[in-house]
Design a protein around this ligand. Structure first.
Ligand SMILES: [Zn+2]
Ligand SMILES: [Zn+2]
Length: 165
């Protein structure tokens, strides 16, 4: 497999007992989608309220980075998305959703560090909260629709009675 950035053959390396591909030129590391959880040490952890408060202080939204595609996935050849890893880590990676993630030199370690500090838990919390906010917005929209229907029925009633029905 070739490095998506330099095009040279990558060599198999071991990270946390997982097979990854490392580029001898740029030091970038390709992690297959199946290996990502173990290579980055993502373990299911339960966080306390205090820990979540601490995470909030660490992970303020970093803002959207421009979603552009630059490099081809070494597996399928389609252009990969350049993304902020886990939305809040500040680590920019190239990602093919079907096949895996390319980390620049040293970024895999940074990503593992981010996960160890609770970055994944923070992301889960953020998604859960976003879900709640979306449900609330939907409910408000629905209520608005019910109200406007009732308003229309009210006026239709007035109109009908004025016409003598
Ligand atoms: Zn390379
Ligand atoms: Zn791919």
């Amino acid at each position: 497999m070739r490095c998506p950035k330099c095009g040279v053959d990558m060599t198999v390396a071991d990270v946390e007992g997982c097979e990854v591909d490392e580029c001898p030129r740029c030091g970038g590391i390709w992690v297959d989608v199946e290996e990502e959880k173990s290579a980055l040490g993502m373990k299911p952890t339960v966080f306390t309220v205090d820990e979540i408060k601490r995470l909030r202080q660490i992970y303020q939204p970093l803002g959207q980075i421009e979603a552009v595609k630059y490099f081809k996935c070494p597996r399928c050849g389609e252009l990969m998305w350049r993304k902020n890893y886990m939305h809040h880590s500040g680590i920019i990676v190239d990602k093919c959703h079907r096949h895996g993630t390319f980390f620049d030199k040293g970024e895999l370690e940074k990503a593992a560090e981010f996960i160890k500090k609770g970055g994944v838990e923070y992301e889960k919390l953020r998604i859960a909260e976003k879900g709640v906010a979306e449900t609330q917005a939907k409910l408000i929209r629905e209520l608005g629709r019910v109200e406007s229907t009732m308003y229309r029925l009210h006026w239709m009633g007035r109109l009908l009675s004025s016409l003598g029905f």
